[in-house]
Design a protein around this ligand. Structure first.
Ligand code: CA
Length: 227
């Protein structure tokens, strides 16, 4: 059963969408704030996010970026006048958008279409590194070291995934900040150092060889990608 996360601060619209989607057999989670949406992306791994771009607390585009990073499909809900939002949303990877006011039936049909279109993408195999030592499954948001699951904060996860995107390549702190964005959207470059420190603590005794420091430049993954 596909899980749909509805992020919409107008309660009536949110409840209406929930009812229609549940009637179609979707498992539905919903929230009215961007901050909670970011948490729910991690907790619920939704297949699709119906995202109002005009949220009260944070920019809906931040949530959009985080959702696409998590592998969720996104349909953006925008005000008729917000053409720029819509364009930016599509640039950032939204799969479709619906302009307010909309008919819930139309939204339901678009949800079905996008889920069909993106259905196979979540079957992405997990990636392993260092001869199976480190395994990262982005779609399931899981990582393990020597078979032991790592319990990472969103920021630590963001750093690890960013480094693993290109093992051996050195990433500067600002690059890591940008790449981990969506997991952590407030902070300075120096905070990367503390995320790395915490991540290493969880990686155990060989941590410094897994996440290597390149003096004066930044960090890199010290394990080669398998296969
Ligand atoms: Ca709104």
């Amino acid at each position: 059963m596909p899980t749909v996360l509805v992020v919409e601060d107008e309660r009536d619209i949110r409840d209406l969408l929930r009812r229609y989607l549940e009637r179609e057999g979707h498992s539905v989670e919903s929230t009215g704030t961007g901050a909670e949406a970011l948490r729910m992306l991690v907790d619920h791994q939704p297949d699709l996010v119906l995202l109002d771009l005009g949220l009260p607390d944070i920019d809906g585009l931040e949530v959009l970026t985080a959702a696409t990073r998590h592998g969720s499909a996104v349909i953006a809900l925008t005000a008729r006048s917000a053409v720029e939002d819509r364009i930016r949303g599509l640039q950032l990877g939204a799969d479709d958008y619906v302009t307010k006011p909309f008919s819930p039936q139309e939204v339901v049909l678009r949800v079905a279409a996008v889920l069909t279109r993106t259905g196979n993408q979540s079957a992405d195999a997990s990636a392993s590194f260092g001869g199976g030592r480190l395994v990262i499954d982005e779609a399931r948001h899981e990582a393990s070291l020597a078979g032991v699951p790592l319990d990472l904060t969103p920021s630590e996860w963001g750093v690890l995934v960013a480094l693993a995107a290109s093992p051996g390549r050195v990433y500067s702190r600002s690059e890591l900040m940008n790449r981990a964005r969506g997991y952590e959207f407030a902070g300075f470059e120096r905070t990367i150092d503390s995320h790395v420190k915490n991540l290493r603590r969880k990686l155990g005794p060989d941590a410094a060889a897994i996440v290597e420091t390149v003096l004066g430049v930044g960090y890199r993954l010290g394990l080669e990608r398998d296969g």
